[in-house]
Design a protein around this ligand. Sequence first.
Ligand SMILES: NC(=O)c1ccc[n+]([C@@H]2O[C@H](COP(=O)([O-])OP(=O)(O)OC[C@H]3O[C@@H](n4cnc5c(N)ncnc54)[C@H](O)[C@@H]3O)[C@@H](O)[C@H]2O)c1
Length: 260
Amino acid sequence: MTGWMDGQRALVVGGGSGIGRAVVAAFLSEGAQVAVLERDNAKADLLAAELPGVPVVVGDATIPADNRAAVRGAVRHFGGLDVLVSCVGIFDFYRGLADLDDDEIDDAFDEIFAVNVKSNLHAVKAALPELRKTRGSVILTESTSAYYPGRGGVLYVSSKHAVRGLVTALAHELAPDIRVNAVAPGGTMNTDLRGPTALGLRDKRLNDTPGREAELAGRVPLGIAMSGMDHAWSYVYLASRRVRGVTGDVAHSDGGIRVR
Ligand SMILES: NC(=O)c1ccc[n+]([C@@H]2O[C@H](COP(=O)([O-])OP(=O)(O)OC[C@H]3O[C@@H](n4cnc5c(N)ncnc54)[C@H](O)[C@@H]3O)[C@@H](O)[C@H]2O)c1
């Protein structure tokens, strides 16, 4: 790929680590200008040091005003916005309904659905006026958990199914002005994916699971443990104006798990 995003201006929500950070790198290498909204101060500082040309707004994607500030920042720097990507998310570490105490469910549900689902509504809403002007596109992040059980607990799997619904509903609502698609990554190496504070899992990292690389490679037909960069080219493909006829669609970057 070269020049697949020449002249495009993108905002990556959750671009400070993992898949979002790889999307930032891939978009830049394909000719885009990129801005980031990221909640973690340390990741924002690191990004600003590594990529001085990338404006970073520190904020929470579940808060409308923070999304609006990030969109304003991108437009101030680049003069407009063509692409919105969201890569925010938290994981529930396979907690089943029977593992959740009655008094944990409300807070865990609210936190996981706020980050994994509601943040997408606020990010898209904030970007809408700019994306309509440019007939731009949106790419949300699903998961294999948007299609199958077993790779997350009940709240993660149901929240990712909801993201799948957002893609369909928004692609329908926003046509013909804005394309809306998703990438559904499989299990991924070298990310910082963490759990909800409500379950005491904010400091637990999925990537620290012992034997994760071999386990990831062993679970998919292609026998590979994928990294953020392996998924990032799917975001490039969907964001490119070369694929102007694709909306409401999903790139399954999952090592072929569906054909097993
Ligand atoms: N890691 C995997 O195995 C895997 C597999 C399938 C899907 N996914 C999905 O991919 C996406 C990215 O996950 P990742 O593994 O790269 O994790 P990650 O934690 O490395 O990346 C998420 C980024 O979003 C930021 N973030 C989280 N909540 C935020 C908020 N409210 N506001 C602003 N920024 C916020 C985090 O600080 C982080 O920089 C998530 O939606 C996740 O569910 C991950």
